[in-house]
Design a protein around this ligand. Structure first.
Ligand code: AMP
Length: 355
């Protein structure tokens, strides 16, 4: 099914990803319609329409489904049931969402697809945590099965004595206990897949995190990662196919001693792909719109020799006067009113081209 320009694209979630999706959609002549519970979601500033509703409000989502031609989502902590009301209009479908939003299901699914993850156990009591630490050895990281992002809902156990405090730190929520991976670097595979099978990969960025939050993505990646990209792409594509995924899918990896280890899946455009706006022929945002609307794939080729994307987190955004004055720096501000610690307020991309 082709959704032609002029149609309305519903986007569930009104954060910066929805904002950049809506801008890419507008360039191709579409109109964005944002559904979000907040008063001034960043995406609503750049969309033709906005509906303020809770993500769990099935009646509101059904009504939204009647006024959009196709719908997508921009983050994964959404109740699945109400989204089912969007039926075939929702791309990607709810399977991608249901699996990516539960770390235990996600890891089992990755393993079924032949992907490698760090050794892990499901835990739902302090006894489980102690047993997992015994079996996996330290360090271990506890991650809540649901609602974790940017390092939230995580606690490290560096010696067996930390088990109790770590379990308390994640509020005794059902979790996975995951062996710490001794990685050389981190990277992601970002791909787009179409309903009838075609797919496209971008160059894999090398990703640097601090306190669980992405700080910087760089392409091309370093030699620590490059030899692992082919295997990582194969695993990511198997996952996309098994999900029947339509649109952009991101798989985050650790470059381990003996090959790529999957950290997690995001069934959507991703922070580590923001550099594609300036650094690739087709950005991840435009490509997602193309894929969900059934337009042909755009080229993912690099247009630059290198690109570096730095996130502006919390008070970093106060540097905007210098950044906007810096020659060649491309500043993106998300229009968020309050710079809370850890909040992604914008990003800046710097590229270089061969002289
Ligand atoms: P996550 O929220 O799962 O993406 O984790 C955020 C960041 O914490 C990752 O990008 C890594 O830098 C670090 N991290 C998470 N899990 C592990 C692990 N099993 N071993 C080592 N580092 C990890």
């Amino acid at each position: 099914m082709i959704v032609p320009p002029g149609s309305v694209i519903g986007i569930v979630g009104g954060g910066q990803l929805g904002r950049m999706l809506s801008m890419a959609a507008a360039r191709l002549g579409y109109r964005g319609h944002i559904l979000d519970p907040h008063e001034h979601p960043p995406a609503a500033d750049v969309a033709a329409f906005a509906t303020r509703a809770d993500f769990g409000d099935a009646a509101a989502i059904e009504a939204f489904g009647r006024v959009v031609d196709v719908a997508t989502y921009e983050f994964e902590n959404l109740p699945v049931g109400p989204l089912e009301r969007l039926g075939d209009k929702l791309r990607p479908g709810t399977k991608s969402l249901a699996i990516a939003q539960d770390r235990a299901r996600e890891k089992s699914f990755i393993e079924q697809c032949g992907g490698r993850v760090a050794p892990w156990r499901e835990v739902s009591s302090l006894d489980d945590v102690r047993r997992a630490v015994e079996e996996l050895g330290v360090p271990v990281v506890l991650k809540t099965r649901r609602y974790g992002y940017d390092g939230k809902g995580q606690a490290w156990i560096r010696s067996a004595g930390d088990a109790e405090s770590a379990w308390a730190a994640i509020a005794e929520e059902p979790a996975v206990a995951e062996a710490g991976v001794d990685f050389q670097a981190e990277f992601s595979v970002i791909l787009a897949r179409w309903a009838d099978g075609p797919h496209a990969f971008w160059d894999s960025p090398e990703n640097e995190h601090r306190e669980g939050i992405l700080r910087r993505s760089t392409v091309p990646c370093s030699e620590r990662i490059a030899p692992q990209v082919a295997e990582a792409r194969e695993a990511a594509l198997r996952i996309a196919e098994a999900l029947g995924h339509v649109g952009v899918l991101t798989v985050e990896f650790f470059a381990g001693e003996s090959g790529p280890v999957i950290n997690e899946i995001a069934p959507r455009v991703h922070n580590s792909g923001h550099w594609t706006i300036e650094g690739a022929v087709t950005s991840q945002f435009e490509q997602h719109i193309r894929a969900i609307c059934g337009l042909p794939p755009g080229s993912t080729a690099l247009t630059v020799t290198s690109a570096t994307m730095d996130n502006l987190i919390g008070e970093d955004v106060n540097d905007w006067p210098q950044l906007v004055a810096e020659e060649g720096a491309r500043l993106h501000l998300y229009g968020k009113h309050e710079a809370r610690p850890g909040r992604k307020m914008g990003h800046v991309t710097r590229v270089s081209r061969r002289a």
